[in-house]
Design a protein. Structure first.
Length: 242
């Protein structure tokens, strides 16, 4: 309760909260119109869905533009301006004489919503793997022990866990994201599907790391995964070879 009261006393925060609330409310108004518009213009379900796409699609497309302008001049003025913009076109929903005009109004209203998504690009930082080059200083993340047992490499894996600085069972995709941002130095799984590794492989390699299977083949399609900061990769592969 004290945190809520503190937030209510902060005028800037209160205004921002109300602006986000209003923007979210605007997004919920369009579905309320859809049954009326469907009957008035004799629309199919596909046409109704396209109206929703017009709003959300224009919101997504406008986000990079708002990010560009906020990097250069701040966002205070256009937060208010975009609310007025969206409200104006939403107010015209009921006056649309035909479906194309209604579609246009939905798209124009969605543009204003893009101002309330994401952070300024200038505050973003590039992810980078760690510079740890000794296993005794490395942090290892894994998913489970059973897979290593089934693969016949349980002892090799346990030996690796004993020689690193620390181990954590974060598991799944999160382990690879931590490697990419340098919070973890090694992440490995003995058996995993391609669709689980396709995206993490790109993220890790773009952050400067290495991503292979247990045989050392680069990429996400080997059925197993070893992701490191690159400096430790050869040693980790050697230790896990059994």
């Amino acid at each position: 309760m004290s945190t809520l009261l503190l937030a209510l006393r902060n005028q800037a925060l209160l205004v921002l909260m109300m602006a986000h609330f209003t923007n979210d409310l605007f997004g919920g108004i369009l579905p309320m119109y859809l049954p009326v518009m469907k009957e008035r213009f004799e629309l199919s379900n596909a046409a109704i869905g396209f109206a929703i796409l017009a709003y959300s699609g224009m919101s997504s497309l406008s986000q990079p533009l708002f990010g560009y302008f906020s990097d250069r001049g701040g966002r205070r003025w256009y937060l208010a301006a975009t609310l007025v913009w969206s409200a104006g076109f939403i107010a015209l929903y009921g006056f649309a004489p035909n479906y194309p005009v209604f579609l246009l109004l939905a798209g124009l209203a969605g543009i204003g919503s893009g101002a309330f998504t994401g952070k300024s690009l200038s505050s973003a930082t590039r992810m980078s793997v760690s510079t740890v080059d000794r296993l005794s200083d490395a942090s290892l993340s894994y998913s489970s022990l059973w897979g290593w047992h089934d693969l016949g490499r349980e002892e090799a894996f346990l030996g690796l866990t004993r020689d690193v600085w620390r181990t954590r069972g974060f598991g799944d995709f999160w382990s690879y994201m931590l490697v990419a941002e340098g919070a973890v130095d090694v992440a490995t799984e003995p058996a995993v599907a391609l669709h689980d590794l396709a995206a993490p492989c790109i993220v890790v390699t773009e952050a400067g790391g290495r991503f292979t299977d247990l045989a050392g083949t680069p990429g996400p399609s080997g059925g197993s995964a070893v992701a490191t900061n690159g400096l430790l990769h050869a040693e980790v592969l050697r230790r896990l070879s059994g």
